[in-house]
Design a binder for this molecule. Structure first.
Ligand SMILES: NC(=O)c1ccc[n+]([C@@H]2O[C@H](COP(=O)([O-])OP(=O)(O)OC[C@H]3O[C@@H](n4cnc5c(N)ncnc54)[C@H](O)[C@@H]3O)[C@@H](O)[C@H]2O)c1
Length: 330
């Protein structure tokens, strides 16, 4: 099977590298930055494609890892070409154009997988299985933390969509995936506390949100653009039958201040690539099976739309200082 990886920046290189290591796959990389495509192709020992249309014509499936604003047009193009498609998150930053893509993907009937890699992380999967198997009993509360080690560079801030759409969207998808419940209502707030540059773009560096879930449980999220100890992504679940946490291992960037407590790890997760390396590999391996018609999509375009609607509800709640029901959003 020949797979075109479109856009080979930070994420595209990771995905192209995973695919290049699979014996059943030939990889072709393409990027609007032709030099970049050539360099990556040489480094990975794969083929460099020409423009996107040619790359699609020459391929059996596509992995879209280009910049965010290119995702929706590229998925439309792939759907027209009837190609199995993997799309990095998000499909787009607005609900209307995401819904158009969802409809096109559905009408074209192409196999489609979103890049919410946490669904392939061992911890999130174990939590999902525990909830689904009844081991957690009645779910009371889910507490999520998403702490980036350092803010992105300034040029990224205005095109990111803001902290909820850019970063927390992974937590929103994970919340739905693990609990099997939908977010009914949110109340969110945020502020610029450490990095004034976010103010220029109406964004924040620190935010919080609470959620009412369809099954009766509550969710709580904290999200920051700076964590002095590293990249910290956690989800704690408390139910009538158990109390568990995702993301607590020997590299968790957190230290106890108890006299006998656990000190800061020597080798904390520095960024998302390290924390989710295995999950990124697993999602690509799954996509190859999906493209071959041997598996179902683990994360659909509809899932991307739902995560985006929660992010939009959080943005609205923050802006208007009021609880927002997700059904208000598109
Ligand atoms: N799943 C995750 O954990 C995760 C992590 C980081 C980024 N992402 C997503 O991955 C996408 C890429 O992020 P990145 O950090 O790799 O960005 P990046 O800026 O490092 O790379 C983007 C690449 O896309 C290329 N490009 C832009 N428009 C294109 C087009 N129309 N056709 C072909 N190539 C095009 C650029 O030249 C660049 O090389 C973003 O949408 C981002 O949201 C996901």
């Amino acid at each position: 099977m020949r797979i075109a990886v479109i856009g080979v920046g930070r994420m595209g290189v990771v995905h192209a590298g995973t695919l290049a290591a699979l014996p059943a796959v030939d990889v072709l990389v393409t990027d609007v930055d032709r030099d970049r495509a050539r360099t990556v192709a040489e480094e990975l020992g794969v083929e460099a494609g020409g423009d996107v249309a040619d790359a699609m014509k020459a391929s059996d499936a596509v992995v879209i890892a280009a910049a965010t604003d290119a995702h929706a047009p590229l998925v439309h193009q792939a759907a027209d070409a009837e190609l199995p498609t993997f799309c990095e998150k998000p499909i787009s930053l607005d609900v209307a154009s995401t819904a158009e893509v969802v409809a096109h993907v559905r009408d074209a009937g192409i196999p489609f997988q979103m890049g919410f890699q946490r669904r392939f992380d061992g911890g999130y999967r174990a939590a999902h299985d525990l909830v689904a198997g009844g081991g957690l009993g009645t779910l009371y509360v889910v507490r999520m933390a998403g702490h980036d080690p350092a803010p992105p560079h300034e040029a990224y801030i205005p095109v990111s969509g803001g902290i909820f759409k850019d970063f927390s969207v992974h937590d929103f998808d994970a919340l739905r995936f693990v609990t099997g419940q939908e977010v009914v209502e949110t109340y969110a707030d945020g502020a610029v506390i450490g990095f004034p540059v976010f103010e220029k773009y109406g964004d924040v560096d620190t935010a919080v949100a609470t959620f009412r879930l369809s099954g009766g449980a509550f969710g709580i999220l904290s999200v920051t653009r700076h964590d002095p100890l590293g990249y910290d992504v956690r989800m704690e679940l408390l139910g009538s039958g158990d109390s568990v946490v995702v993301g607590w291992d020997a590299r968790m960037p957190l230290r106890s201040v108890e006299p006998e407590g656990t000190p800061a790890p020597a080798d904390p997760y520095p960024q998302f690539q390290a924390r989710f390396a295995a999950a990124y590999r697993a999602e690509m391996e799954w996509f190859v099976e999906l493209a071959a018609g041997r598996r179902e999509s683990p994360c659909t375009a509809e899932d991307a739309l739902e995560a985006l609607r929660i992010a939009v509800a959080c943005d609205r709640s923050r802006a208007e200082h009021r609880p927002v029901r997700v059904e208000e959003v598109g």
